[in-house]
Design a protein around this ligand. Structure first.
Ligand code: ZN
Length: 261
């Protein structure tokens, strides 16, 4: 089964520690991990530590916070870097996380929108899906995704909207990814989305080291904690946990394989 979004090198900088984290994930039946990038400069370090690890899928990201400080030429360098990594058979499976974050910064939001659109066009040029980060920016996110079709679609990571937003992104063909946030008592709205979302349109993620599920709050989050998120979704869907984990795995793989239509 899979953790469709986490940041292994943010959980620990030590390779030996990361190996232990992956082992604990395996003991909990999580055999695949998608390691998410946040900036072009993190690729080298991540490949250094994780490149040789089996069943770790790598992405290349450009977090919206950087929209205020990047130079235009960094974008072509980013694209070239991904092309060269993929030519080397080291495989980047997705562009992300990318998106809009008006919680961190809601000034000159056109800068974030521009970067997001540029990155979407890179994803299309490279024929890759995207991992979307969106926080307090639903209207602009949905309008950008509507105007800028991504051939390979993607995943709305750490989905935090309600039914209305869920319907809109599902209509656009995006998979909704539930994180530990769905386990927090006050988030009834998210649990309603879990009840609603079709079985083939959701996946599960920890976003570790962030967003530790309720039952283990206080601990540093890690991929083995997917089970707590699966539990909550299983409850809402009245399906057993194993089945939920399986659905998440198939849905995430469908995106990573680029076979989503
Ligand atoms: Zn993340």
């Amino acid at each position: 089964m899979i953790d469709s979004h986490c940041h292994l090198t943010s959980i620990s900088k030590e390779k030996s520690e990361i190996i232990k984290i992956i082992d604990r994930a395996k003991e909990n039946n999580i055999n695949y991990i998608v390691d998410i990038g946040v900036h072009p400069s993190d690729l080298e370090k991540r490949f250094d530590i994780l490149g040789s690890m089996e069943n770790v899928y790598m992405t290349a990201g450009f977090y919206p916070d950087y929209a205020y400080s990047y130079e235009e030429q960094e974008l072509s360098a980013f694209k070239d870097k991904i092309i060269s990594i993929n030519n080397d058979k080291k495989n980047i499976y997705m562009i992300g996380e990318i998106g809009l974050d008006y919680y961190h910064n809601n000034e000159d939001t056109y800068k974030q929108q521009h970067l997001f659109e540029m990155l979407i066009s890179i994803a299309n040029e490279l024929s890759l899906p995207i991992s979307v980060h969106t926080r307090e920016a639903w209207n602009d996110t949905i309008s950008i995704l509507s105007k800028n079709k991504v051939d390979k679609r993607g995943i709305i990571h750490c989905f935090s909207g309600g039914l209305e937003e869920a319907k809109k992104v599902l209509d656009l063909g995006y998979i909704i990814s539930f994180s530990g946030v769905i386990t927090y008592p006050k988030n009834t709205m998210l649990r309603d989305v879990a009840k609603y979302v079709p079985d083939d349109m959701f996946c599960l993620e920890t976003d570790a080291p962030y967003l530790t599920p309720q039952k283990v709050r206080g601990k540093k989050n890690e991929p083995s904690f997917i089970k707590y998120i699966a539990d909550t979704v299983a409850n809402e869907k009245s399906v057993n946990v194993e089945k939920i984990l399986e659905m998440s795995y198939h849905n995430a793989l469908r995106v990573l394989d680029g076979s989503i239509v």
